[in-house]
Every structure is written in C-alpha cells, then in structure tokens.
Design a protein around this ligand. Structure first.
Ligand SMILES: [Zn+2]
Length: 387
C-alpha cells in the first residue's frame, strides 16, 4: 500500500515529466511555476530522475542548469501491424526513429502467426538495444488497451477476445519491457498529436484515416475517446449506399466500400464517361489538372463527408486531421472534405473547421505506438525510494 505522500510525489513526478516533454529543455523554476509544484519538490524529484538517467542536465552539476528528457533513456520499441507486413522501430521521446525491422505477413493472419512474428521482431530489436522504456503495438482492431486484449480485428481475419499482450509476454524473457497495445487509428492520432507539428492545437480533434479501410479517432481535451465497448470511432462499416458493394466484414454497402481506396476508384470509374482503372494516387494526381475527374472525386467522397458532418455536429472539434495512404491524396482530399463540410455545416458558416493533412498513417501509427508507451511510463516510472 503506497502512502499518501508517495502517491502525491508520483503524481508530481508524472506532471514534471509531461511538462518537460511538452516544453523541451527547460528550467526547474519554469516547471515549478507551470505545474504549481513547490521548487524544493521539483528540485528533489528532478535530482532523482537525473540520477536514474531519465533526465539530463544541460550543464551537469549546475543548479540553474536547464533539464531535458534523456533521449538515450526515453526510447520505445514501436510496432505497427500493417496490412502486409509488421514493422518495428526504435523511437525516442522527440519522435526520432532509429533502427527498423520488418516481417512479411503470410496470407493466414491468425493471431498465433502474428504473435510469433512480433516476438521475432522484439528479439531482433532486443539484441540491438537492451533497455526500452516499453514496447508499443498499433493493432488494426478493437482493443481493450488496459487489459491488453484484442476484441476483434476484421481486416486480420476472425480474431475474437485474443489476449495479445499476455501471449507475446509469455514468449519473452521475464525481465522484458512492458507491452502496451493501441488501436491503429488512436495510435495515428496520438502520433500526429505529439510529433506531427500540431501539438496542443489537436487537443480537441477528429482524425480520419484513409486507406483500404476507414479509421477514425478523437481527442477530447487531450484524451483519446475510447467508449464503453472500446469501439469509439469504428465508422468504416456504417451503412452508406445502395449499390450492393460487399465489405470484408460480411455486410454490404459499408462506408469503406465507397470511400476506402478501392471504393473511390470504383465510384470514379463507374461515373466516368470513359472509365479507366487508376490507382487512388493517379486519380488525385489527374484531378489537379482535370476538372471532370476532380468533380468525380468530390462526388465520390460525399458519403464520407456526410458521416464526418454527423461526427462534427456531435463533438464540435477544433480540427480535423486526415491521414492519407498516398502523398498525392494529401493535397486534394483534405480540401474536398473541407469544402464538403463547409457546404453541409451551415451553423459553422463563419468559422469553418480546418481539415489538415496529417502524417502518413504508417509513420503516425508507429510514432503513436511509442507515444502510448511514453504516456504510460510517465505515470508508472519506478517509484522513487525515499524515507
Ligand atoms: Zn463492413
């Protein structure tokens, strides 16, 4: 049972670490003022963190020296489960990526095969670097992050209540770093929030991930909205049309069959006078100079615009961030969505909601897996021993 004094000190320590993370290199007196923690306590806690290697003094031994998080200490192994491969990379608290490893996935994406690929990646990375603050995994499914369980993952096959963290942990040595898992869209939004150059402006934001499927996540006052069943943001399979387009979930006419990559290509070809099959990247490139294709794209994204309108009306975000799987989409898709929203959301006439192009989803998802590790570590840093 930890004492009230220890509990308070841990809370202060967590607040101090978060402040230094946001501010970068800073002084103890700034921390004291901005966190509302007594100078003596800040000094005490920082001294312990410096001794442990978690913080660096810019001028060692000098009381007024600025302090910063140690990028040698604050490193996470970030793992991203993509559609064809699993990627692992070492990320520090500044979002800098170091070494990277990948494992191709077989067609059979059973939980067991994915666990064994992840274990291989962790073992490779551990040979390279001994200590991580933790291991973060971005999972394309509905997950209970607290319990480390993957409740379902339609695009990986029939996963059901799979104890992902426990299954990986039991295949690793006992002293391995702690593993945290995060839903992919949530991870992507967290990656953009910390490392996309937007920072606090995304504290109240809505994120839309556009790839083969459609993901969505939301930050409310800086916190990820998870929902009662951990499925907040599962918009990809909302009913959206009547053309009888089959979805990987087994149902028809889900939003992603219209506004996922393949859905957009199908819509544009269906409505063009001279249909030619293009990739989504080519379509966006062509639309820059061809008003007819641009018009088709505008039209094809309308089902998504409709759904985002409902989300905006419900949650009133300050920003919408779009993660596009192709860089050619970045210059055109956010604009299409912004124009569509402006048209539909009449109450927002004077101040329309900015739609920003975020980082590539693989990049933001990987960074976000690291963010989930750091966030947890700021709270669970080893307890300071003191009398
Ligand atoms: Zn579906």
């Amino acid at each position: 049972m930890i004492s009230e004094q220890t509990r308070k000190r841990l809370k202060n320590q967590s607040e101090i670490l978060r402040t230094i993370r946001r501010k970068g290199s800073t002084s103890r007196s700034f921390i004291s003022t901005s966190c509302g923690i007594r100078k003596a306590s800040v000094t005490n806690i920082c001294r312990d963190l410096v001794d442990r290697g978690s913080l660096n003094e810019k001028t060692p031994g000098f009381y007024r020296s600025e302090i910063e998080l140690s990028s040698e200490y604050w490193r996470s192994l970030a793992i991203f489960i993509g559609s064809e491969e699993i990627l692992a990379t070492i990320v520090d608290h500044n979002g800098k990526s170091y070494e990277e490893w990948t494992q191709k996935m077989e067609n059979q994406k059973s939980p067991e095969s994915i666990v064994s690929l992840i274990v291989k990646l962790i073992n490779k990375a551990s040979k390279f670097k001994k200590n991580f603050v933790g291991i973060g995994i971005s999972v394309p499914g509905i997950i209970n992050a607290e319990k480390g369980i993957c409740l379902s993952a339609v695009n990986l096959g029939r996963w059901h209540d799979f104890p992902l963290v426990a299954e990986i942990t039991k295949r690793l040595p006992e002293d391995s770093p702690k593993i945290v898992i995060e839903n992919d869209a949530n991870a992507e939004l967290m990656g953009n929030h910390w490392f996309g150059g937007f920072e606090e402006t995304l504290d109240n934001s809505l994120y839309i991930s556009l790839g083969e499927g459609i993901g969505c996540a939301q930050l409310l006052e800086g916190k990820i909205v998870r929902g009662r069943h951990f499925s907040a943001g599962e918009v990809g399979c909302l009913p959206s049309g009547n053309e009888k387009r089959p979805c990987s979930c087994g149902k028809m006419d889900c939003l992603q069959t219209y506004c996922g990559e393949m859905g957009i290509i199908e819509s544009v070809n269906r409505n063009s006078q001279s249909p030619t099959s293009h990739s989504i990247s080519e379509l966006c490139q062509l639309a820059k100079n061809d008003p007819a294709i641009k018009k088709q794209l505008d039209y094809s994204y309308q089902p998504l615009v409709q759904q985002i309108c409902t989300m905006v009306a419900l949650t009133d975000p300050a920003y919408i961030v779009v993660g596009c799987s192709e860089s050619n989409m970045d210059v055109i898709v956010p604009k299409i969505l912004a124009a569509g929203l402006k048209e539909q959301l009449r109450w927002a006439d004077n101040e329309h909601i900015p739609v920003l192009a975020g980082l590539h989803p693989i990049k933001s998802g990987t960074l976000g897996a690291a963010v989930s590790v750091f966030k947890q570590a700021f709270q669970n840093e080893p307890q300071i021993q003191y009398s």
